[in-house]
Design a protein around this ligand. Structure first.
Ligand SMILES: [Fe+2]
Length: 328
């Protein structure tokens, strides 16, 4: 079947110059695809507007201690410091698709329950006795654990231990802002009552399990020249955040690479150095650093190190955009 549009005489019939045509179609919300633009539509190689950044836990932890003194969870629904990538016009995002934050909670406190479409997780840096209630179930948050709150799951945090607890939050919030499926609401009772304690759950990646899997992973099989010994603990419930844990022995030196994916690294143990673009980050326990898409990256461990890598590589792969290449 074919249909023929009968065209009647129009104002375009008398146009004889391209500039005149461009002005005319602009009134119909059309723009010519052939003109040069201040912001080109395509360019030769992946590059991010986001820059490599390093946050040192040794500098931020005292600020979190101060936050514990000056603001309570009654006023701050989440007592956290958002790691804002320092580029013009950016208010909160850490990478193009992810945002990270250091968060802390005091013994006896509760951070109210809410839910949102954005997927979220917590990498626990220092904690004994804190917990997350996720959809009515109470999950311990102990050092080295990763606790998941997939989109639209109720979640709140509490602490029954004796010392201030610290963790790193990661959400795909910048991606949700881009795609616009935002929905967020507070729990009608502020807190999920009568939560059932669960020690083992798909929402809790326990450090003991991760450590066991790392120990059983051959550096040549579970890792590679770029990322070393690696276990992938990504949850199918939140596919926009790829979660991998790396274990690098003292003296391990990775090969340099470029990747079409954005990465946030959280250091759980040890120290080392990562060359990221023009930067050279000497990282240690609790630090966070960012490797944006497209820059040259090379990691090395000075002593036995464990890092959690939070990336959008799964998202990029789903889109058919992920690529990894060795470089000098
Ligand atoms: Fe949340």
């Amino acid at each position: 079947m074919s249909e023929v549009l009968e065209t009647s005489p129009s104002r375009y019939d008398t146009i004889t110059h391209v500039d005149e045509l461009i002005r005319a179609i602009d009134a119909q919300n059309c723009t010519p695809g052939w003109v040069a633009r201040p912001q080109p539509l395509m360019w030769p190689a992946p590059r991010s507007k986001f820059v490599p950044v390093h946050w040192r836990y040794a500098e931020i932890r005292p600020a979190l201690l101060a936050a514990g003194r000056v603001i309570g969870t009654d006023l701050a629904e989440r007592r956290n410091f958002v790691l804002r990538n320092p580029i013009e016009g950016n208010d909160f995002a850490t990478t193009r698709t992810l945002v990270g934050a250091y968060q802390s909670i005091l013994p006896g406190e509760r951070a109210r329950s809410h839910r949102h479409s954005s997927h979220a997780l917590r990498v626990i840096i220092e904690s004994q006795g804190s917990y997350s209630v996720v959809n009515g179930k109470r999950h311990p948050m102990e050092t080295g654990d990763i606790v998941l709150t997939p989109g639209n799951h109720w979640h709140g945090h509490g602490h029954d231990g004796d010392a201030q607890a610290f963790w790193f939050d990661c959400l795909d919030l910048p991606l949700v802002h881009l795609l616009e499926p935002m929905k967020a609401e507070d729990h009608p009772e502020q807190w999920e009552q009568n939560a059932e304690q669960v020690d083992h759950s798909p929402m809790r990646i326990e450090w003991a399990d991760t450590e066991r899997r790392l120990a059983a992973t051959d550096a040549g099989e579970g890792g590679d020249a770029f990322f070393g010994k690696t276990v992938d603990v990504t949850s199918a419930l939140m596919p926009t955040i790829t979660i991998k844990v790396h274990h690098w022995a003292a003296g391990w030196q990775g090969k340099a690479y470029r990747r079409h994916a954005n990465a946030i690294y959280v250091v759980l143990r040890g120290c080392g150095v990562s060359a990221v673009g023009d930067e050279r980050f000497s990282w240690s326990f609790g630090d966070v650093f960012v490797a944006p898409l497209g820059v040259r990256v090379a990691h090395a461990a000075h002593d036995d190190a464990v890092l959690v890598a939070l990336t959008d590589e799964g998202l990029m792969a789903f889109c058919g955009y992920d690529a990894l290449e060795a470089c000098e």
